[in-house]
Design a protein around this ligand. Structure first.
Ligand code: BV8
Ligand code: ZN
Length: 249
């Protein structure tokens, strides 16, 4: 069944839930192919873990610094910009992202709920103090270069990326806000996510269960099982601006 763009134009409280696919057209590899090149022999779920950092801090810190500098070079794409525009056009919008980049913020979105933390909030692996030092903004020598993490000013522990690794709890207050928004919205856009990672993947389900409609935007077909579940197939950078033109023409 086709999604009626008027449902977007009339949304009372819209939730936008994004994954790595929304940053793909900005040139940021999605999580599963983030490990191309030197990283191809690492399983992301193994590299993005506290154990990997304990075992090999320079490898893990190098990977995250490479990703952070990739993001610095990238620009928000039309999907990020369309989401920021939606917040200006609708009575209420809650933006929940699994991404650790700052492209939503750089596109003008406010109050972004980062379920999995951010590349821009490094902290101490030992004492959890936020790291106040400056990080280099030069280009990494090459993808996969090992890099010595900086040290904590308070306890001299190793600095780690401020992301949520596999096996780590999500920030509880942010998760609670995200679940609350999913529980009270009337429409949820799920953009660029494979829906594999828990507990984030519950967000669209929570919306469906309470009677909201869910629209997936993804080049890959999603299992749209519920009657109120729809799909716009294709890259978000094209499909989302098109949808806004139809909704607010
Ligand atoms: C926790 C930060 C407990 C780091 C990330 C077995 C079953 C179920 C669950 C588990 C299980 N075994 C273990 C678990 C739990 C585990 C989990 O879910 N594992 C998965 C792999 C099965 N979850 C956890 O460990 C979580 N913590 O459970 O803690 C706990 C509780 C209390 C106390 C202590 C512990 C923590 C999960 C968070 C992990 N951190 N990110 C980093 O980024 O390095 S997850 C990371 O992967 C991303 O943040 C993101 O969430 C996920 C990747 O997913 P996507 O964003 O969807 O990206 P992906 O590449 O998969 O897909 C891209 C999509 O875009 C595709 O669909 C593609 O078609 C589409 N696309 C491509 N181009 C475009 C596009 N779409 C639109 N436009 C385009 N142009
Ligand atoms: Zn410390």
């Amino acid at each position: 069944m086709e999604f009626d763009p008027q449902r977007l134009a009339r949304a009372r409280h819209l939730v936008v839930f994004t994954g790595a696919g929304v940053s793909a057209e900005s040139g940021i590899p999605t999580f599963r192919d983030a490990l191309s090149g030197l990283w191809e022999h690492f399983d992301p779920a193994r590299l993005a873990t506290p154990q990997a950092f304990r075992d090999d801090p320079t490898l893990v810190w190098g990977w995250y610094e490479w990703r952070r500098l990739q993001v610095r070079k990238a620009q928000p794409n039309p999907a990020h910009l369309a989401i920021a525009e939606l917040a200006r056009r609708l009575p209420r919008l809650t933006l929940i992202t699994q991404n650790v980049d700052d492209l939503h913020e750089r596109a003008g979105s406010l109050d972004v709920l980062h379920l999995h933390g951010s590349l821009h909030q490094p902290k101490c692996f030992a004492c959890n103090r936020p790291y106040k030092g400056a990080l280099p903004d030069v280009q990494m020598p090459q993808q996969g270069a090992r890099l010595e993490p900086p040290r904590c000013g308070g306890c001299n522990g190793k600095i780690r990326p401020g992301v949520v690794w596999f096996g780590e709890a999500l920030p509880q207050a942010i998760l609670k806000q995200a679940f609350k928004a999913a529980g009270e919205c009337d429409l949820l856009l799920s953009i660029g996510t494979s829906g594999l990672v828990q507990p984030a993947a519950q967000i669209p389900q929570l919306a469906l269960e309470q009677g909201a409609a869910v629209l997936h935007i993804n080049p890959q077909p999603q299992a749209c099982l519920a009657p109120a579940e729809y799909q716009l197939t294709g890259p978000a950078g094209q499909r989302l601006p098109e949808l806004l033109r139809q909704a607010f023409a």
